[in-house]
Design a protein around this ligand. Structure first.
Ligand code: FAD
Length: 374
């Protein structure tokens, strides 16, 4: 099965680490992802916190909001084109997931295509093309009329804002990681970014138990709820309210889960070297490695029913499905109360239902494993 995977920067890190260690982990299913689309991400919220903020603090029912957006320092809720909720971002900070506060990646540096709002005018998405796979898809989708593409240099405000947010996130979260280290909690994913001795990382995971994962990641406030540990050790582990737990009666030895976790180590330099090995000369700045940047908008041919910015993600997935480049996409949708759900979309209809941004975290790795292992 050829799968596309849509995720936040940390979810792309989790997937790429799984792919890097797929032999050692015996998790070949991770390699059936043939297309990755990453979303820019400054921060996000656990659903329970987001619900409490919107409904309890602001008195707005989630079911009454049709679309959320973040603009000009505010979380905005819209209904019938009218603003029904405005929350200054500063007020949402206490609700930001603790594991997100030590993430240094804004622009999903390990995706084939990274997509966000900033950098492009309204009704366009900014698309950073990082791999030949991503470039071929974008060009083919443009040729077949699914998307309209402009070079980022032709639009305003341009990539300056992407660079600004990237730097802000990195500086702020690096300072937080340093604060935590002084308190005795090491952000191992940051400490191992430059590590190139992969055998050492495998050896370090040997004999690790769930108690080690709890100590080093979960109780240390580093866990991002990606569910990778559960995906590779599903007989022993389960997710309960966004937290990995040992199943009742299960044995606590989970060396696979420890090695697979993107927060016990993240040799991102090795991952990037392997990922971009065949891409030739590339740009490399604080946005990571990339070929080029564009402003992209879905056309009427994509027949989108809902989307966030330019609808680029959904239109590109629709084209990939139509062209037989993917059989399905692992992505997200919501229920009427904005509870996020990981979904597999394998038809045009299902894909169209997934458009739009959910600012709450969606644990999707266990679903990816289930679908990819079939
Ligand atoms: C938590 C979060 C924070 C973000 N922060 C920023 C930011 O600070 N700056 C910025 O420029 N852009 C940010 N984005 C990205 C932006 O909101 C849009 O998702 C992006 O521009 C793509 O828009 P589109 O119209 O091309 O996509 P669409 O065609 O609307 O498709 C969006 C795709 O993303 C998937 N998706 C939505 N929510 C999630 C989720 N939580 N987890 C996994 N997949 C999801 C959908 O299922 C769909 O496949 C953020 C996105 C998320 C989810």
């Amino acid at each position: 099965m050829k799968l596309a995977y849509v995720g936040l920067p940390c979810q792309l890190q989790a997937l790429r680490k799984l792919q890097l260690f797929s032999d050692q982990l015996g998790q070949e299913w991770a390699n059936s992802v043939s297309l990755t689309i990453g979303l820019f991400c400054r921060e996000n919220w656990a659903y329970t916190c987001f619900r409490a903020l919107v409904e309890d603090d602001y008195g707005v029912k989630l079911s009454e909001v049709e679309k959320f957006d973040i603009k000009k320092g505010k979380v905005i809720g819209m209904r019938n084109g009218e603003v029904v909720l405005e929350i200054p971002l500063a007020e949402t900070k206490p609700y930001v997931r603790v594991g997100c506060q030590v993430c240094l990646d804004f622009s999903a540096e390990l995706a084939d295509l990274s997509v966000g709002a900033v950098g492009s005018p309204a009704k366009y998405s900014t698309v950073i093309v990082r791999t030949k796979r991503g470039m071929d898809l974008l060009k083919a989708a443009e040729r077949e009329g699914y998307v309209e593409v402009k070079h980022i240099s032709e639009v305003k405000p341009g990539p300056k804002l992407v660079l600004k947010l990237t730097k802000e996130k990195r500086d702020e979260n690096l300072a937080e990681a340093e604060r935590r280290e002084r308190a005795g909690y090491v952000a191992k994913h940051i400490a191992t970014m430059g590590e190139n001795n992969l055998e050492k990382l495998v050896e370090e995971a040997q004999g690790k138990s769930f108690a080690d994962l709890e100590k080093d990641v979960i109780d240390a406030g580093m866990c991002i709820s990606c569910g990778t540990c559960v995906a590779v050790a599903s007989e022993q582990l389960e997710m309960v309210e966004e937290r990995p737990r040992l199943k009742e009666g299960a044995k606590g030895d989970v060396p696979n889960a420890y090695l697979a976790c993107p927060r016990t180590s993240l040799p991102s330099m090795v991952i990037a070297e392997k990922l971009f090995a065949d891409e030739g000369e590339m740009n490399s700045d604080s946005l990571g490695k990339y070929i080029d940047i564009f402003a992209v908008k879905a056309t009427d041919k994509a027949k989108l029913t809902r989307w966030q910015d330019g609808g680029a993600v959904t239109a590109l997935l629709l084209y990939a499905l139509k062209a037989g480049e993917i059989d399905a996409a692992i992505t997200a949708k919501r229920d009427e109360n904005w509870r996020p759900l990981a979904v597999v979309a394998s038809s045009e209809e299902e894909l169209r239902e997934t458009g739009g941004t959910l600012y709450c975290y969606v644990t999707n790795m266990p679903l990816l494993r289930e679908v990819a292992s079939k």
